[in-house]
Design a protein around this ligand. Structure first.
Ligand code: SF4
Ligand code: SF4
Length: 396
């Protein structure tokens, strides 16, 4: 119960007041001042940009297959009079040097710069969402444990890798890969030092995802996360029973970089991973271990080319938080979602996920075809470029 213990009794009380005031404001079309609730948060320091939680300008569109008649509006029932430091600044947007990520949201640290939004998000969960969350919390003790005193020798890491992957699939994963553990996968708060990470994905319920944002979608997500927790805990326990170190990597672990490195997919413009098989309709889990395993390689399936000519997520994201061009983040050029624009919408609506629901790769059975087409197009352009280059060199 590590996370829940982080909230004091006083905060639970103000959380209740917050929920009542927020619900009343939403009903009346007004807004509460978030600064009046919960613990204080630090103001931006010298030279630190303040967060701007307003939606960004952009084109609007709603995918016809999304279930809600229209997306919830970007008129939020809360406002912040003294904005904290920008979440994008915390996340290293524009920074040329590489460094580990800093925790931003889902931290349960209400004194964190994004703590007011976190406090509101946790405070306005429905009773059913709380029960689902508590069920998840109850299982966290299974993530670590004692290993067996005697180590089973591993003479054939390839065979051991197959065994572990088979076990992970038998437990319910639909994709699994192995990557070396790097600091791209760790936040400053999670200094794990195992050599390997086993990354896996379980399939999401697409019908529920298309109803996002809604309580049904939120409860389904909790159930899917419980499934990843259960698999992570069971695989870690199996490895420990062979005398090797293993623990489920859940809180504070950056699942997407691990999954990309393990060859499960590529980062999409919407900031989530896209896999050939499931698009973005998966939930990720991971186990870190020192069990000798054979690592997989990242796979280029053509997502970059596709995202360069697609704008479905950018036009469907109500606060227009998704950037159409790659950004420099902690020393890497990558697709980037504007935290300051996304999180307020996510909080107001108890979650979101419209971007992953509308992504064309998430339509069942489409990914393989998209990938083949993008890779063929790339080959064609490379061949054409090589020919042009050769002709230019030959021209006197
Ligand atoms: S979850 Fe996706 S669609 Fe929703 S606000 Fe964030 S970026 Fe936009
Ligand atoms: S909706 Fe289009 S642009 Fe957005 S992540 Fe999916 S493929 Fe890329």
């Amino acid at each position: 119960m590590r996370q829940l213990a982080a909230t004091s009794r006083r905060h639970w009380t103000t959380g209740r007041e917050l929920r009542t005031a927020f619900n009343a404001a939403q009903k009346a079309g007004g807004a509460i001042v978030l600064d009046d609730f919960g613990p204080p948060i630090p103001s931006p320091g010298p030279g630190e940009p303040a967060a701007d939680f307003s939606p960004r300008p952009g084109k609007d569109r709603k995918a016809h297959f999304m279930t809600l008649d229209e997306y919830p509006s970007t008129n939020y029932a809360f406002e912040v009079q003294n904005p904290p430091v920008s979440g994008n600044h915390i996340n290293g947007l524009g920074e040329a040097e590489h460094r580990p990520a800093s925790p931003i949201f889902h931290t349960w640290q209400f004194g964190h710069p994004m703590g007011k939004l976190e406090f509101l998000f946790q405070g306005i969960r429905t009773r059913r969402e709380w029960i689902a969350l508590l069920k998840r919390q109850r299982a966290t003790h299974r993530f670590t444990g004692e290993k067996a005193a005697t180590k089973v020798p591993v003479d054939d890491p390839a065979a051991m890798t197959d065994t572990i992957k088979d076990l992970t699939r038998e437990l319910g994963a639909v994709m699994v890969g192995i990557a070396p553990l790097t600091d791209d996968m760790l936040t400053e708060e999670l200094p794990l030092d195992h050599p390997y990470v086993i990354s896996f994905g379980v399939e999401m319920d697409r019908d529920a995802a298309l109803q996002a944002p809604s309580e049904h979608a939120a409860l389904t997500i909790q159930a899917e996360y419980r499934a990843t927790d259960r698999i992570s805990a069971a695989v870690a326990q199996h490895i420990r029973s062979m005398g090797w170190d293993a623990q489920a990597a859940i809180h504070g672990f950056l699942q997407i970089p691990a999954a990309v490195e393990a060859g499960l997919g590529q980062l999409g413009k919407h900031g989530s991973m896209i896999s050939k098989e499931l698009g973005s309709m998966y939930r990720l889990g991971a186990i870190v271990t020192d069990l000798p395993l054979v690592i997989d390689q990242p796979e280029d399936v053509g997502v970059d080319e596709f995202c360069a000519i697609c704008s479905v997520c950018t036009t469907n994201c109500p606060p227009h938080a998704i950037n159409d061009t790659k950004q420099l983040v902690r020393g890497r050029e990558r697709w980037y979602v504007d935290f300051d624009a996304c999180i307020p919408y996510f909080v107001e609506n108890h979650g979101c996920g419209i971007c992953i629901g509308v992504c064309p790769w998430s339509e069942p059975g489409r990914g393989e075809g998209f990938s083949l087409k993008m890779l063929a197009r790339r080959d064609k352009y490379s061949a054409r470029e090589a020919n042009t280059h050769a002709t230019t060199e030959e021209t006197p």
